[in-house]
Every structure is written in C-alpha cells, then in structure tokens.
Write a protein that binds this ligand. Structure first.
Ligand code: PMP
Length: 449
C-alpha cells in the first residue's frame, strides 16, 4: 500500500532522495503519455520521467525489443563481441554530423560527462575546463564541479580545475552585465511581439558574453583550456536559451585556446527541440564530443559519449572499463527507441505540438502578466517562469510550487526547476498530441487563476 511504501522509503532509502509533491505520488503503471497511480488515477505525464521517456512509457516496439533481448542474453560486459552493441553504435553515430563516429557506452549522464571531461584533458594536454553558470551536468564529484547551480553542489566534492562562466540569460542578467532584455535578441522574442533589435542575426549582447570567455581563459588559467561544456538549452537551470551566435563564438574562442567543445545533449538531443535532431544544430555548431543520456533509452539506464576517432583514441592509453556500459538489453532498447523516432517522426511531432503549446502558454503569460514573467523554449522543451510584477529578479517560487501541486490534482504532472524553483519545466514524451497539450495548458491556466 501507499502507507507501507512511504514508511519503508522513510526508513530505508537515503533521506536526500528527492520526492516530488507534498503528498508523494505512487506511480504503478505507465502507458505512452499516461501514468497511473496506486488508486488507478490517470495522469498526463508532461515531464516524461525527467525527460527520459522520449517515445512513451512501455512503447510496444521498445518493449518487444527489450523482451526479445532479455530472453536471449542479459549481460556479459563488452569483453566479448555482441551484435546488438555494434549495430547500435553504428546506428547512433549515423545520426551525428562530421567526424563524430565513435561511441563509448556508459549508464548515466554524469558518467558520460565524466568521461568527456577526462578525454578533453587527455586529448589537449590541458587541465582547465569551462562550464556555464546555471548549467547542470551531473552529480558525480567530477561533474558536480561542472554543474553551476548552488543547490546541487556540496562544498567538499567539486571538480578541481573547473571554471564557471557567466551565461547569457536573455531573461535575467542579475549581475548587471549586458542583458538581452536591454538589447533583445531573437531568443527574447514573444509570440506576436517583435522585441529583437538584432534582426535575427547574431545577438550583439551575447557576443560580449562570449568575449568574457577569452578574458577568463587569459586571466584565470594558464592561457589554454582542455574543454568547454554547454547544454544547448539549460534544462535543470530552468529552460534557459542562449541568444543567436553565442555558442558559435564561444566555440571559436575555446578552440583558439586549445580546447575542445563538448555538447551536453542529455536533455536536448533526439529531436526534442523539433527543428533539429541535436540541440547543438540549432546553434550552427559541430562539437568535438557529444554526451547523451535520458531520452536515448526511453527510460532504460543508457548513456553515451560520441566523439571523433582521434579523441576517442586518447582513452586507449590505459585500460578503460565500464561493467554495464553497452549492456545488450540497453543497446537493444536504444536501437528500438531510435527506430520509433524514425518511424513515428517524433521530431516533427515535437516541432508541431511544441510550437502549439508554446503559443498556448504565451497566451497565458499575456493574460496573467502580474505573475507569469516568461514563457520560452523550443519544441517540447518549454519553461514557464513565475515572477512578481514582471521583475525577473523577484522569483515567485511559491506560486510555481502551488501551480505544480494543483496541476497534479487536476491530472497533469509537470517538472519544476531554475535556481529559485520558479520555473515549470514541460518536457513530455515526444508522442503527445495537440489535445494533450491543450488539456495541460488549460490545467495550468486554471491553477494560475
Ligand atoms: N546533463 C544534463 C543536461 C542533465 O539534465 C542531467 C540530469 N538531469 C545530467 C547531465 C546527469 O545525468 P544523470 O542524472 O543520468 O547522471
């Protein structure tokens, strides 16, 4: 029962394990975009198990692939050849541009970023790593250093040699630097409002932010860097988008200074942003290393680092091993997930349904300007930021928490994030329909009212 489960959890599961909702929810079943609790109440899942369930809970094609593999072989580690692992590596890397043709398989986003960090140091011979403020890259002691959100960092376990760089946040520039709201860029757009003075070109304010990367490298490192980590849209940080031109310029500067560029596609990959399969493509850049997890396995523990043969080779200086990385069941699931993405064109659905949802939510922002400060995102990765009276620096965290709770009571599960916990994070399985998102938007508005 619910009571037994909560009692056991309290006594035997580590107390830092996060539970959503004042009264925790016990989910017992999932089917596509729907979840069912212990009383068989149905919920529309607009958070997809923290952006993992990319093509739907227990999707029949993925389920069959897992079942077939489970009946044949569960695990041996990759000291032996296995057809699925190699077929999957070929299929996954076929989705990548340029020379990004080699994959290492691991089990989580943190492990993928750990490995990417190590490879960037081995490959360049440099030590310093740059990552962006407000970014989230994992919770291992190494990646906790990359994560730049104070509520996720323990002061005794930070990555040594990682430098947090201030990101350009078009909505909020609290430290008084150039703010895209003062000289707005296309990311600062609103449906029906033209606030952009850069005319769709590279945002001038953002390029100034990129220049600070050079200053930082010159003044705070030995002049060279190993790597630069960035999400294509910052997820946990509250769906923060970078203005046009920023990442491209940042990549140029990092490469001039001897570093490699690492795209963390853990949330933004696999067509979620609608217009492109990978988030970095929306910025017109090709990274040297790409890390991926979450949506890659539709909820199954699977993650990967994809890079060039030259960079991949650096790890071969020593023995490299990951017991479960490239597990045959995980690879069968990953392959089947990619097949569903192709067969059902989930990327196009993200684009069409996501654009519709963005417009609906923007309508809500316009009707409730006293509390909804910003609606932003791309495809099916959307953030709704609550602030008091249009002031980006007065987060309305309690309102966000209340809307989040009320939506649950009305059958819609959302995510929540941002440094101040005042951003609703909406990232459903990419198979949601127009009707689903219309229902979710109506529930959010009712809750706000
Ligand atoms: N990178 C990003 C962008 C993430 O959102 C996360 C998880 N929220 C991670 C890395 C870490 O992934 P994991 O929890 O699988 O270690």
């Amino acid at each position: 029962t619910f009571e037994q489960a909560s009692d056991l959890r309290k006594r035997h599961v580590g107390p830092a394990t996060v539970t959503y909702y004042k009264k925790p929810l016990m989910i017992q079943q999932g089917h596509m975009q729907w979840l069912f609790d212990d009383k068989n109440n149905r919920y529309l899942d607009m958070f997809a198990g923290i952006v993992t369930v990319s093509v739907g809970h227990c999707h029949p094609h993925v389920l069959k692939a897992a079942e077939d593999q489970l009946k044949k072989l569960w695990h041996t580690t990759n000291i032996y050849l296995h057809p699925t692992i190699h077929e999957y590596a070929a299929k996954l890397t076929s989705k990548m541009p340029g020379n990004l043709k080699v994959a290492y398989f691991v089990n989580s986003g943190s492990e993928a970023n750990d490995l990417a960090m190590l490879m960037s140091r081995l490959y360049t011979g440099n030590f310093d790593i740059l990552s962006l403020r407000n970014g989230y890259h994992g919770m291992s002691p190494y990646t906790m250093g990359l994560t730049s959100l104070s509520n996720w960092k323990y002061n005794l376990a930070n990555g040594f040699g990682v430098h947090p760089i201030v990101n350009p946040d078009p909505y909020r520039g609290p430290w008084g630097g150039p703010n895209c709201r003062d000289s707005p860029c296309t990311v600062g757009k609103r449906a029906g409002e033209n606030t952009c003075t850069c005319g769709g070109k590279d945002c001038k304010a953002a390029l100034q932010y990129a220049d600070q990367i050079k200053d930082h490298i010159i003044h705070a490192t030995h002049g060279k860097v190993a790597g630069f980590f960035a999400e294509s849209i910052q997820g946990v940080g509250g769906t923060v988008q970078f203005p046009n031109g920023y990442l491209k310029k940042a990549y140029e500067i990092v490469r001039e200074r001897g570093g490699v560029c690492i795209a963390d596609e853990v949330q933004t990959g696999f067509g979620r942003l609608g217009s492109h399969f990978w988030g970095f493509e929306t910025h017109g850049v090709i990274p040297d290393i790409v890390t991926m997890a979450k949506g890659i396995g539709n909820g199954w523990p699977l993650a990967a680092v994809v890079t060039t043969p030259e960079i991949a080779k650096t790890l071969a200086q020593k023995l490299t091993f990951n017991t479960y990385g490239g597990n045959p069941v995980a690879c069968a699931v990953g392959k089947a997930t990619l097949e569903v993405m192709e067969q059902e064109n989930t990327q196009e659905n993200s684009k069409v349904v996501g654009t519709h949802l963005l417009q609906l939510l923007d309508g809500i922002r316009q009707r409730h300007p006293q509390i909804v400060g910003d609606v932003r995102g791309k495809g099916l990765m959307i953030g709704v930021e609550f602030v008091h009276e249009q002031d980006p620096n007065r987060p309305a965290s309690q309102v966000c928490a209340d809307v989040f709770e009320m939506a649950r009571d009305r059958g819609v599960l959302l995510g929540k994030g941002g440094l101040y916990g005042n951003v609703l994070r909406i990232k459903p399985p990419m198979i949601v329909t127009r009707e689903d998102v219309e229902f979710a938007a109506a529930v959010i508005e009712e809750a706000i009212q």
